[in-house]
Design a protein around this ligand. Structure first.
Ligand code: ARG
Length: 458
């Protein structure tokens, strides 16, 4: 295919040609490239840089090219160097020399910087929307489980009782911050780099603000070298994606753990499980495992691009062509993971009895027992020690703290009286933890309301 830069040089070795070509990756940017080119042609016409009628011809032909690609009538040729070359060559094929006017006051360097921003803007908006659906699903499930007592863990050892709602809403807060980070990085995608040209702007009387506005971009970039040199907006998205995947991966780890026979707290719907080719009894949490596994590639993509960028002199360098494969993969992975997670979470059934049973045996009310003694006047350190001794004895007797008789308690300390049982009742332990952010049902209810309000603001 004819090179946009053919002029000074002889033909390339076909091996070099294919090595240099990025169209198999950046072909997905066809829409952004054409929309950007339409805005450019309109701007060139409106400012009188090219004739109005030529601009109109270019615009209508670009619109036809877009329609033809979308209808499957025009196939993006893999022999072109990149998507920018493909669109421009196709335009020239269709309208002859007039097509060659499109690239006035433009370079592929600002063009690609624009195309990626337009692409990432759309994808980030899609991810924000998916995250709000996910948060909604989390909040709904939490609402159904405000009183579902479960063990809360530290070091994966039973620590203090919480509710499944409280547990879910902790992830709700993490994903809400992920959403906020996405909203923030979206701002960097609404800055238009077009008009920066190769690196040093142009002598043509372009109107960058007009061109940006035609594309729905609120601002124009302030320095032409920066505009074509940096990929920090991609890195920002990819960092946010890595953090989001870390959260999803942690949740997945617990979906896997909690659905195991050993925990048996939840059941993943058959629709999101797989079987084994040899063991007929198996029901495997493959979807959650895949999400956990795919987190690795999203971390890797971030690191790959950080490494590509770290030693580059300004301005554009071909190394930067490596940005897209990593970025697209992170975008697709995050979207695919969220799309499968939302219905999977909705369909999880909660085994309330199993959770409550696990919460009943684990001495998670020991802190409450120590607090009881403290409130009766015993110094906390003594109360802590005595409670430890009672727990050790209870373990030997295979009894829960609630099962120990009051006479036995009194033998440890005379401060014990019947009111103890109200304090160490597991449900009471949860209910009384009503500090802001705590597991008490009314506290978690207000966390749910908060998330629902935040979703509305999107
Ligand atoms: N395919 C290139 C990329 O994705 C487009 C920019 C090419 N610019 C250049 N001066 N070779 O980075």
């Amino acid at each position: 295919m004819s090179k946009l830069w053919k002029g000074r040089m002889d033909e390339n070795d076909p091996v070099a040609d294919s090595f240099n070509s990025s169209i198999s990756i950046d072909g997905v940017l066809y829409k952004q490239d054409i929309i950007g080119s339409i805005a450019h042609a309109v701007m060139l016409g409106n400012t009188g840089i090219i004739k109005k009628e030529d601009s109109e011809l270019i615009v209508s032909s670009l619109e036809e090219i877009l329609e033809d690609i979308e209808a499957g009538k025009l196939i993006i040729s893999k022999t072109e160097e990149d998507i920018h070359s493909f669109v421009e060559n196709e335009l020239t094929k269709r309208i002859g020399d007039k097509g060659k006017m499109l690239h006035t006051a433009r370079s592929r360097n600002d063009q690609v910087a624009l195309d990626i921003r337009l692409y990432l803007k759309g994808k980030t908006e899609e991810i924000i929307n998916l995250l709000s659906l996910f948060l909604d699903a989390i909040a709904e499930k939490a609402n159904e489980n405000l009183n579902t007592i479960m063990p809360g863990y530290t070091h994966l050892q039973k620590a203090q009782p919480v509710t499944y709602a409280h547990y879910l809403m902790s992830y709700g807060m993490m994903f809400l911050r992920d959403l906020e980070r996405m909203k923030d990085s979206l701002k960097r995608c609404t800055v238009s780099p077009i008009g920066s040209c190769a690196l040093a702007g142009t002598t043509y009387p372009i109107d960058r603000v007009m061109e940006g506005e035609l594309l729905g971009l609120k601002e124009i970039s302030k320095n032409s070298m920066d505009s074509v040199s940096d990929r920090d907006f991609c890195l920002e998205f990819m960092s946010n994606a890595a953090i989001l995947m870390m959260h999803l991966s942690r949740l997945s780890e617990e979906v896997i753990l909690f659905s195991s026979g050993e925990f048996n707290y939840i059941e993943i719907s058959d629709a999101y499980s797989t079987g084994s080719s040899i063991m007929p009894q198996k029901k495997n949490p493959d979807i959650a495992e895949l999400v956990r596994g795919k987190t690795g590639r999203v971390y890797g993509n971030l690191f790959a691009l950080l490494t590509v960028m770290k030693g580059l002199p300004l301005a554009y360098n071909k190394d930067m062509q490596e940005d897209k494969e990593a970025l697209f993969d992170s975008v697709d992975t995050v979207i695919n993971c969220l799309k499968v997670y939302i219905p999977m979470l909705k369909a999880i059934s909660v085994k309330k009895e199993a959770m409550e049973k696990a919460a009943a045996y684990g001495y998670m009310n020991a802190t409450d027992l120590a607090d009881y003694l403290t409130k009766k006047g015993m110094p906390f350190r003594d109360a802590y020690k005595l409670t430890g001794k009672i727990v050790a004895d209870a373990i030997k007797m295979k009894k829960s703290l609630e099962e120990i008789k009051i006479e036995e308690y009194k033998a440890y300390s005379p401060v014990f009286s019947e009111d103890l049982y109200g304090v160490i009742d597991i449900k009471e332990c949860v209910k009384r933890r009503n500090s802001e952010g705590g597991p008490a049902p009314e506290s978690v209810k207000s966390q749910i309301d908060y998330i629902k309000e935040e979703i509305k603001k999107i």
